[in-house]
Each structure stands twice: as structure tokens, then as C-alpha cells.
Design a protein around this ligand. Structure first.
Ligand SMILES: Cc1ncc(COP(=O)(O)O)c(C=O)c1O
Length: 417
């Protein structure tokens, strides 16, 4: 069982006020998450979380994180534009993109964001496009296989991101020659890790690299960016990550490797998205139909356009019926949306308590890479986002799309109002 952050009566009140489907976020939980993260890394002077905007690109959420001291990690022009409009300035913005158009480097440079270079080859583009910044970061890809224990494995060798060690060293030397004064190293080697060992293992690898790089290039290493990758326990019974153990693990690696080489002013940065937001968002949907053929189908008013992860990756999201958290699971059902795609299923052959038409379902851990991965297939419109504020009142933080939003890009093209 998973306990939602909103109780039955409150959710009933909210669904009376706002039509389903919608994403619901928990302000208190988000703030606490940010405070715990900062406390877990308080041993490191200059620690900063750059929230990965792609996870939840919603101004009200970004402002909450800004108030908690976070910066933003942007991957595109519009993410940069939105963040800048929200008052994120200069080094509060990390621009971690790949396959980057020159125009995006130009805009990142204009607003003073820290550029995290994905490719050695981009140095030439930078030279031809912008004034080389005083601070820059390079993204590292060690190649091979990154294995943690037996169950977390990623294949950097096959990843399009980052540069090799040789390229990174060459890049640092050339960039230093071009006037860069401060450097950062960034790496993202495994996604959604549900273990306290990922960050410490990654950190140790990056700290060892940092020592080698500093010795060989003589650059001033300003920060190491551990990026995203700390995951959440989507499945009930999965052990939740403990950010305090993670922070302590990174601390030990820091003392052991960087401390031993006198590199004690290196700042630690993170770019967490999923860990910060996923558990603090629910997709709330109502049951429209029951259908029995070879299986029992529960048809809801949300679909994969509201939360793509189950359809796209077969990802598990826990589903509860509002208020019936302790009920015994008695029937096996597929919980489906209305898209003309057979993978539009939030759950496949899942044991659930008996679900009735009109029930409100809560799809858990949808606060990151949820709304943001939405799309408009079948001319489905994006849903609203609601914030459950700290005082217990709900506030709409993004309205649902209306047909006019869908038509807006079509007017004038064989289509008129
Ligand atoms: C460069 C970069 N940083 C941070 C993140 C956030 O990752 P997560 O949500 O797993 O923390 C991502 C996710 O795709 C990413 O590409």
C-alpha cells in the first residue's frame, strides 16, 4: 500500500471543484524534500540543487524550489526562457543540453547560465558563436558498463551523452587557453536508482577523475555535478532512498579522494528531477466504464497523454482508489485510457479491490516526468495542474487546455475560426 499525501475528504472536495483528470502536487512535501536535500549536503559549502526543469516545468513548482534555494537545470531554449522569466539568473541556471543549436548557446550565454558542454566538438561552435564564458562545465561519459550490485546497470558505452576522458582533458586545456577560469565536471550514469549507493559510487568515480584532470591540466575545479538519477520507490514494498545516507556516502568519498589531494573547495551540485518531485504528484482520474471481454477493463478519463511512462516504458505506477487504501485486492483488471492505442494502459492484469464507475483513482508518483511528457495524440488536450498548498487549500497552477489551444497553430492553414 502507498499512503497518498491527500486524504479522502480533501480529495473529494478538490474533485468537486476541479474536473478530472488533473495532476495534484503537494507543496509541503516538495518543500520538505528540498530542505532534507540541503541538510544532507550541508557538509559541502556551496552545495546547490539545480532542479531538472524537464521533470516538472510548471512555474508555481519552480518558484517553490527557488524559494528553497534551488537553481534550475535547463535543456532547451524554452526551458531557459521560462526559467529566466521566473527570475532565475546567471549561475542559478545550468544549461545541460545535448545536440544543442547555436542559438540556444547564444541565449544561455546572454542570460549568463553555466553551460555544461556535452561534446568536445562543441568548443568550435562556442568559439564561433559566443564569448567564451569564465565558468564552464563538461559532461563526462566513462564508456563501458556502469554496474551497481546486481540490479542497477546502465550502459554509458551506448549513451549519446558526454565526452570521453581524453576529450574532457583536451577540452579543459583548450578552454583554459581560451580564457575559462573555473571548471565543472558533470556526469549522469544511471536513471531512477533505488539504492543509497548510486551517488556515492558515481561521486567516487568523478572525484578520482577530477584529481587526474586537475593534475594534468592545472585548471581550477569549481564544482562536480552529480546530475539526476536518484530514483523513487514506485512499487510498494520497495525501500525508499535515504538522502541522508546518500549525502553521507558522498561526503566520505569526498574526504577520501578530494580531501586527500587538497581539493576541499570543490562544490557539489545536483540536478535531481524525479527524486524531488515524483512522489509529490498524483494523477487524479475518474472511472468512466467497466468492460468485460477476455479481460476486465476499467476505463478512466485520463490516458497516456497525461502520463506516458506506463505506455512508453511499461513503467509501474501504483494505483489506489480514493479512501479505500486497505481494501483487499479481489479482481484482476487492466486500467486503460481512451487512446486508439492498445498500450494506453496504466496497469495491466493488476489485482485491485473492486472498482466502480465513478470512483476516483489516484495514480501515484506522477509528479516528475509525468505532465511534462504529455502529448496531444487523438487531439487529447493537456490537463490542469493543481497545487495542494501548505495551508490545505487547492490552487490551480496550470489550466487545462481547451480546443482553442489545439487550434491556435492551425488558424490560417486551411482552417479558420
Ligand atoms: C542532464 C539531466 N540532468 C538531470 C536530469 C534529471 O534526472 P532525474 O529526474 O532522474 O533526477 C535529467 C533527466 O533526464 C537529465 O537529462
Amino acid at each position: 500500500m502507498k499512503e497518498p499525501f491527500v486524504d479522502k475528504n480533501k480529495l473529494d472536495e478538490i474533485t468537486e471543484q476541479f474536473p478530472t483528470p488533473f495532476h495534484l502536487y503537494d507543496e509541503a512535501g516538495i518543500r520538505q524534500k528540498a530542505r532534507d536535500l540541503y541538510e544532507a549536503f550541508s557538509w559541502n559549502e556551496g552545495f546547490k540543487e539545480y532542479f531538472a526543469v524537464k521533470a516538472t516545468p510548471t512555474p508555481a513548482i519552480l518558484k517553490i524550489l527557488q524559494e528553497e534555494g534551488c537553481g534550475v537545470d535547463c535543456a532547451s531554449y524554452v526551458e531557459l526562457l521560462m526559467s529566466h522569466k521566473l527570475g532565475f539568473e546567471g549561475h542559478d541556471i545550468m544549461f545541460s543540453s545535448n545536440d544543442t543549436p547555436a542559438s540556444e548557446f547564444e541565449y544561455a550565454s546572454k542570460i549568463g547560465a553555466i553551460i555544461n558542454l556535452d561534446a568536445y566538438e562543441h568548443i568550435e561552435l562556442l568559439k564561433n558563436t559566443i564569448e567564451i564564458p569564465k565558468t564552464i562545465s563538461c559532461r563526462y561519459n566513462p564508456g563501458g558498463v556502469f554496474a551497481l550490485g546486481t540490479d542497477i546497470m546502465d550502459n554509458p558505452q551506448e549513451s549519446k551523452f558526454g565526452m570521453t576522458k581524453e576529450q574532457l582533458i583536451k577540452a579543459f586545456k583548450e578552454l583554459k587557453g581560451l580564457g575559462v577560469e573555473k571548471f565543472g565536471i558533470h556526469s549522469f550514469l544511471a536513471s531512477n536508482t533505488v539504492t543509497n549507493d548510486y551517488y556515492p559510487a558515481l561521486a567516487e568515480e568523478l572525484f578520482e577523475l577530477a584529481v587526474e584532470v586537475v593534475e594534468e591540466t592545472g585548471v581550477e575545479l569549481d564544482f562536480i555535478n552529480l546530475s539526476g538519477g536518484i530514483g523513487v520507490n514506485y512499487k510498494p514494498g520497495q525501500q525508499e532512498n535515504d538522502i541522508f545516507k546518500i549525502g553521507e556516502g558522498v561526503h566520505q568519498a569526498y574526504d577520501k579522494v578530494l580531501g586527500a589531494h587538497g581539493l576541499t573547495s570543490v562544490k557539489i551540485y545536483t540536478e535531481l528531477g524525479r527524486y524531488m518531485l515524483a512522489p509529490h504528484g498524483l494523477l487524479v482520474t475518474k472511472v468512466l466504464h467497466r468492460k468485460n471481454t477476455y479481460r476486465t477493463y476499467i476505463g478512466v478519463d485520463a490516458s497516456a497523454v497525461n502520463l506516458m511512462r506506463p505506455a512508453f516504458y511499461g513503467a509501474y505506477h501504483h494505483i489506489s482508489i480514493n479512501g479505500r487504501y486497505d481494501d483487499k485486492a479481489t479482481e484482476k483488471v487492466d486500467i486503460v485510457g481512451s487512446l486508439c492505442e492498445n498500450n494506453d494502459k496504466f496497469a495491466v492484469e493488476r489485482m485491485m479491490p473492486e472498482i466502480q464507475i465513478g470512483d476516483t483513482l489516484l495514480i501515484h508518483d506522477a509528479g516528475a516526468h509525468g505532465f511534462s511528457m504529455g502529448y496531444q495524440y487523438n487531439a487529447k488536450l493537456r490537463s490542469a495542474e493543481i497545487l495542494l498548498q501548505e495551508d490545505g487549500s487547492p490552487r490551480m497552477i496550470r489550466r487545462a487546455e481547451v480546443p482553442e489551444d489545439y487550434f491556435a497553430t492551425l488558424y490560417g492553414f486551411d482552417f479558420s475560426e
